[in-house]
Design a protein. Structure first.
Length: 310
């Protein structure tokens, strides 16, 4: 009887020990789960806090652009890229393409304006980096972001309503290259349509003043830019431009060319009267003595009236 009780007591002890070990294991497992959950919550809170801080201070950062020419670089390099790498979210930018080497930032001016900004230090159109073989075709990348403009309006836009612009060294406030992505001004769009037949594959003076400023113009065929790089087209094909790149402004406007109009046609076009997609590239040179600072952005409309009328 005594041995039986001893066996029972021993078994009870062992069962209790097992239960205690089992409970300890469960508590340890719950601790791991809780720890992971806390870390996850902390990460999410960090993302939310970063977004809140950015939302609060972004207008201040932009307002500082008038006095600090490095504001755009500080936003992209110090915030967008860091947040993309840390949290997988590019706040305050709309997008960051680390492989492509650029960020997309919503400008506070206008409802529809975005900026493409390189994630490496490039001062502007005057920088030798824009012509370096390894530099991406930032105009092609910027054109790929034009659906963001339409998304802000809530409906699609024809390509001829959309434009890209980079200002000269005299017509900008920021010393980090940035391409303005927005709607074209309705009056400029009308002038381009009226004179599109006078725009050929080589640079020539545009027949009309645009926003009171003379421009050179050339035609680029194709749905996309592909290998056509406006920086190279300016430096390589407009006489004297390469040695004065900083004085120039570039504007790229989507187009649909009516074949056969004024005798201009595209090889391989289906028939006269058909339209083919392409671009009109405009180049203007700053002339400070005439009050022209070389701001192609002036051909854009940050109120996007042309898009609201569509």
């Amino acid at each position: 009887m005594k041995r039986f009780l001893e066996r029972e007591e021993g078994a009870g002890y062992r069962d209790g020990a097992k239960r205690r070990l089992s409970m300890a294991g469960m508590e340890a497992a719950m601790g791991v789960i809780k720890s992971r959950a806390v870390r996850r919550i902390t990460w999410v809170r960090g993302v939310i806090a970063a977004a809140v801080v950015v939302a609060a201070f972004l207008p201040i950062l932009f307002l500082g652009a008038a006095t600090d020419p490095d504001i755009l670089w500080k936003i992209v390099h110090g915030k967008c890229v860091m947040d993309e790498k840390t949290f997988g979210h590019p706040a305050p930018c709309a997008r960051v393409d680390l492989a492509g080497g650029y960020a997309i930032l919503k400008d506070i001016v206008g409802q529809t304006q975005y900026l493409l900004i390189p994630t490496t230090r490039i001062s502007g159109i005057e920088s030798p980096a824009v012509l370096a073989p390894a530099t991406p075709n930032f105009f092609a990348e910027a054109w790929g972001q034009t659906p963001l403009v339409a998304a802000r309006l809530g409906h699609a836009l024809p390509r001829q309503d959309l434009s890209l612009a980079i200002n000269s060294i005299h017509g900008r406030t920021q010393d980090q290259l940035h391409i303005h992505i927005d709607c074209i001004d309705p009056k400029v769009a009308a002038a381009l349509k009226d004179h599109e037949g006078a725009v050929g594959p080589d640079w020539s003076p545009f027949p009309a003043m645009l926003a009171g400023t003379p421009y050179e113009a050339m035609r680029i065929d194709g749905e996309r830019l592909g290998q056509a790089n406006p920086f190279h087209l300016l430096a390589d094909r407009l006489k004297g431009a390469r040695s004065h790149m900083g004085a120039y402004t570039l504007v790229l406007v989507g187009a649909r060319f009516e074949e056969g109009r004024l005798g201009v046609s595209t090889p391989g076009a289906s028939s006269p009267g058909a339209s083919t997609p392409g671009f009109i590239l405009l180049a203007g040179r700053a002339r400070l003595s005439a009050g022209n600072v070389g701001s192609g952005e002036a051909l854009q409309d940050h109120a996007c009236r042309i898009g609201r009328a569509s």
